[in-house]
Ligand binder design. Structure first.
Ligand code: PMP
Length: 404
């Protein structure tokens, strides 16, 4: 028998920085939508590592791609080309419809890539004086944790103590197109937004907002850049969440599920007219575009199309949302979502989302609390209907017990 939960947690807390406060369980195995802890208990994964595990745990096709490639070639750096990256880039372009992609590793790195692209475009093409480019962002955003990116977060907790921060960002309310119009000035390079705010609490903007933002950015010569790290690749029931309004941003940021839940890979996608700002040596990363990540991402993109996972997310998400909305419980204020990205707003005067998440964990459901009030559900897109409907029943029963 291996170490117990408490022994492992003790070591984690002793030898690891305490930059997370995980729920009291230690996982050691995953398969499809299921996870097992070190004591052998089974849980249903209803958060998918913040949407990264869209294909479920250890999908056989992805594991095969990973292990075969690991045994062949894993890393050369971009100083030399590898035989996997070109195929992944071509597939990304074919699927998403952008000329080019710049591969990096994590979501926030791809956000940083987009910021650099936008600033250099503003300077070299739009004629904004060097160092004056401005980027407009939304209140309640989450784009990652680097100092530049937390610097334009509206969340005090992400920023407190970490300044000074980079200038050049302007915040407007999420979902307010008039505010965007007013905020744009001659030095505005880009509007960076999440089509649905994930970490912000599954905030869905009013219908028509994206369409108007796209129109405003086009007429004012401002880049429209969508952070689809959490919402992209089928999660919301379309390939990209911006597809719900049929708009085409100038740049798209992908991460999380791109690595099939097996490894980190992210990318910034744009047409050549924007991507041409990057010249050799301008930007990159040792592991960015490595053949191992490229092989897995290629297979993940193929899987997404082969198994029609976006359509699946739309169908199952609608069913699940209806079930959750039908739960009659005084603790629930609202259930909202799109596809398999769903948030349940609780009445914090009666229960916190953290307590609800702990309550559900004790009943074998792994969810995620966001802020104090929102419980998030984002199961793997491969989940079967019966399992998902059973999960809705467990949520109803558990919250029923909690309300008593
Ligand atoms: N953008 C969005 C919309 C995200 O949800 C996240 C992660 N939750 C990130 C960026 C950052 O990704 P990473 O943690 O891989 O840096």
């Amino acid at each position: 028998l291996g170490p117990t939960t408490s022994q492992l947690r003790y070591r984690e807390d002793t030898f690891g920085a305490r930059n997370y406060a995980p729920l009291p369980v230690v996982f050691s195995r995953g398969e499809g939508p299921w996870l097992w802890d070190v004591e052998g208990r089974r849980y249903l994964d209803m958060m998918s590592a913040y949407s990264a595990v869209s294909f479920g745990h250890s999908h056989p096709r992805l594991v095969r791609a990973l292990t075969e490639q690991a045994g062949r070639l894993a890393l050369t750096s971009r100083a030399y080309s590898n035989d996997r990256l070109p195929l992944m880039l071509e597939r990304l372009s074919a699927l998403l419809g952008y000329d080019q992609a710049l591969p990096v590793n994590t979501g926030v790195e791809a956000v940083e890539t987009a910021i650099k692209a936008a600033r250099k475009w503003a300077h070299t093409i739009k004629g904004v004086p060097e160092g004056q480019a401005e980027i407009i962002v939304c209140a309640g955003n989450f784009h990652g944790r680097t100092t530049t990116v937390v610097g334009f977060s509206s969340e005090a907790q992400y920023r407190a103590g970490f300044g000074p921060f980079a200038p050049g960002f302007k915040t407007i309310p999420f979902g307010d197109a008039d505010a965007l119009e007013t905020a744009i000035g001659p030095n505005t390079a880009a509007f960076l937004f999440e089509p649905i705010q994930g970490e912000g609490g599954i905030n869905i903007p009013p219908a028509g907002w994206l369409t108007r933002c796209a129109e405003i950015c086009r007429t004012r010569n401002v880049l429209l850049i969508a952070d689809e790290v959490q919402t992209g690749l089928g999660r919301t029931g379309k390939l990209l969440a911006v597809d719900h309004e049929g708009i085409r941003p100038d740049g798209v940021i992908l991460g999380k599920a791109l690595g099939g839940g097996l490894l980190p890979i992210s990318a910034f996608l744009a047409d050549e007219r924007l991507m041409q700002v990057f010249r050799p040596g301008d930007h990159g990363s040792t592991f960015g575009g490595n053949p191992l990540a490229a092989a897995v991402a290629s297979e993940a993109l193929a899987l997404l199309a082969d198994e029609k996972l976006a359509e699946r997310a739309a169908r199952l998400g609608a069913l699940f949302l209806t079930r959750l909305q039908a739960i009659d419980n005084p603790l629930i204020r609202e259930v909202r979502g799109r596809g398999l990205l769903i948030g349940m707003e609780l009445d914090v005067t009666r229960v916190t989302a953290r307590t609800a998440a702990e309550w559900l964990l004790a009943r074998g459901l792994m969810t995620k609390d966001t802020h104090d009030s929102v419980l998030r559900f984002a199961p793997p897109l491969i989940i079967d209907e019966a399992t998902l409907m059973k999960a809705a029943e467990v949520v109803g029963d558990a919250l029923g017990d909690l309300a008593r």
